[in-house]
Ligand binder design. Structure first.
Ligand code: FAD
Ligand code: NAI
Length: 475
């Protein structure tokens, strides 16, 4: 086997494995190095997303939602369930199977596309004669060389200073996804995406969940009309969310964890929980890369410095995904991976940061693309807003899921769609139409004039577009 490659990708998460496949499609001789180990010590391609992120969290969100529906909502449909019980071990095992299917899928894709895979840690050794030497430290050590290097080493959970993760009582996303039994009391620090998704899973399964958030605003990055609607729904479901807290001492012992904090009123309080998930954001991961050996520039937060094209300060060294600036999302990493492979091939790979969708997979789901009303106000942009509630949508009524709304924001003069914000059923799927519309720089009138299937949730999007022009038909 050749040890010289056109492209070496370090990291096999969504940024890395997609970059490797695209580069191979474009005719390059590609290697991908990834160090993730499964429980048996073997490779587990797919990175954070596949192993301890997107995929396992969505598997548990689905299972726990089935449990919630069977326990609380089937009766509304005339379906009576007796003797409902929970097998957490089986639920977690199913999640592990889904993860493995995805790991194996990437192995298959590498074979299909002739990407050479190395299991181990990749680190820079030298740069000479237009080639980069990369050490792969796995069960054995070897050096491979490449003309181009794409770094896609992802991110790790941020710990609270002085409170390291033990993954027994004090959990990162990793431990949060393999709790073996439903904790009676679960605490979460940070009411961001992980806090809400993981809090939802364990609340549905029966835990009493308290979320402690440092900021005074709930989901500050989300359009606040949507965030308020979501907050109302979560509180109604029983999630206890405390905003504006200052977390103090955290003590972990045999009986669980106690968290001291100052609440928004300034009172000193403390709670005792069985498990504590800390979800206060993630940090770029360059551990073990030996960035300094070749003089690769990192910023003050440890992320790799790149330009708009994902080029680093070193010739032919690129970086994509969570390890660089921008939202930490799997699809953003993938888009950058594709764009970099195409740029290496001399093509004009492109990522439109204005149309990257966000989805929070709670119930109701929250999804958005483009700018929020708060951002438009701050920018002084003249806009029109239209909203349509799912309560007035026939399909939502048939589903028995009428929480939330679609909100569309369009330029006051040109009518170009500037943002769409959804809280409600299948928001994750509904947002795709809006992303397409924004990519094509559609106006709200374009959506309003498009025939949408009836009855479908997508009619709420059309109605929100009609609402921009104050002419909804069904509300
Ligand atoms: P990663 O997926 O982190 O992959 C990096 C890979 O590089 C890892 O396999 C790592 O082991 C390997 N690596 C690191 N250093 C080296 C080295 N020196 N040598 C060899 N290998 C190395 N995003 C979404 O879009 N949708 C979601 O629903 C979603 N849910 C999430 C849920 C949770 C709980 C978490 C934690 C994250 C979630 N994310 C979600 C975010 C998403 O997982 C990340 O944005 C995405 O995985 C980033 O991809 P990446 O390729 O940049 O890095
Ligand atoms: P986050 O950035 O979404 O939320 C962190 C929250 O913690 C914020 O609300 C912040 O104000 C709060 N916080 C920070 N420090 C705090 C402190 N000391 N005390 C109390 N609160 C504090 O980060 P999270 O939830 O850890 O997720 C990390 C990233 O992973 C997300 O930003 C997202 O990029 C990705 N992700 C994406 C998902 C999706 O797309 N559905 C699902 C889960 C994660």
């Amino acid at each position: 086997m050749s040890k010289n490659f056109d492209v070496i990708v370090i990291g096999g998460g969504p940024g890395g494995y997609i970059a490797a496949i695209r580069a191979a499609q474009l005719g390059f001789n590609v290697a991908c190095i990834d160090e993730w180990k499964n429980a048996k010590g073997g490779p587990a391609l797919g990175g954070t997303c596949t192993n301890v992120g997107c995929i396992p969290s969505k598997a548990l969100l689905q299972s726990s939602e089935h449990f919630e529906q069977a326990g609380h909502h089937f009766a509304d449909h005339g379906i009576n369930v007796s003797g409902l019980s929970l097998d957490v071990a089986k639920m977690v095992a199913r999640k592990d199977t889904v993860v493995k299917q995805n790991n194996d899928g990437i192995v298959y894709l590498f074979k299909k596309n002739k990407v050479t895979f190395f299991h181990g840690r990749g680190s820079f050794v030298a740069a000479k004669d237009g080639l980069y030497d990369i050490k792969v430290a796995g069960t054995a050590e070897e050096i491979i060389s490449g003309k181009h290097v794409v770094i896609a080493t992802g991110s790790n959970a941020r710990a609270l200073p002085g409170t390291p993760f033990d993954e027994v009582n004090i959990l990162s996303n990793d431990g949060a996804l393999r709790i073996g039994a439903v904790p009676k009391k679960l605490g979460l620090i940070g009411s961001g995406v992980i806090g809400l998704e993981m809090g939802s899973v364990w609340r549905r399964l029966g835990a009493e969940v308290t979320v402690l958030e440092g900021l005074p605003t709930f989901l500050g990055a989300v359009d606040q009309q949507i965030a308020k609607e979501a907050h109302k729904a979560f509180v109604k479901q029983g999630l206890k969310i405390e905003l504006g807290v200052k977390v103090g001492e955290i003590k972990s012992g045999k009986k669980g964890v106690s968290v001291a904090y100052t609440n928004a009123k300034g009172d000193a309080v403390s709670i005792d929980v069985d498990k504590l998930i800390i979800s206060i954001g993630r940090v770029a991961n360059t551990i073990g890369l030996a960035a300094d050996v070749v003089g690769l520039s990192l910023d003050e937060r440890g992320a790799i410095v790149v330009d708009g094209d994902c080029k680093t300060n070193l010739p032919n060294v690129w970086a994509v995904g969570d390890v660089v600036r921008g939202p930490m999302l799997a699809h953003k990493a993938e888009e950058e991976g594709v764009a970099v492979a195409e740029r290496i091939a001399g093509q004009h790979g492109h990522v439109n940061f204005n149309t990257i969708p966000w989805v929070i997979y709670t119930n109701p789901e929250i999804a958005w693309v483009g700018q929020t009303e708060e951002q438009l106000k701050a920018a002084g942009r003249a806009y029109k807003a239209g909203t349509f509630p799912f309560m007035a949508n026939g399909r939502a009524r048939a589903l028995g899921d009428t929480t939330g709304m679609v909100k569309m924001l369009a330029d006051a003069v040109t009518d170009e769609i500037l943002g769409v914000h959804i809280v409600g059923p299948m928001a994750s799927e509904l947002i795709a139409e809006c992303v397409v519309a924004m990519e094509f720089r559609a106006s709200s009138e374009d959506i309003a004039r498009i025939c949408h299937a009836h009855p479908s949730l997508s009619e709420a999007t059309k109605e929100a577009a009609l609402a921009v022009d104050k002419r909804t038909l069904n509300f």
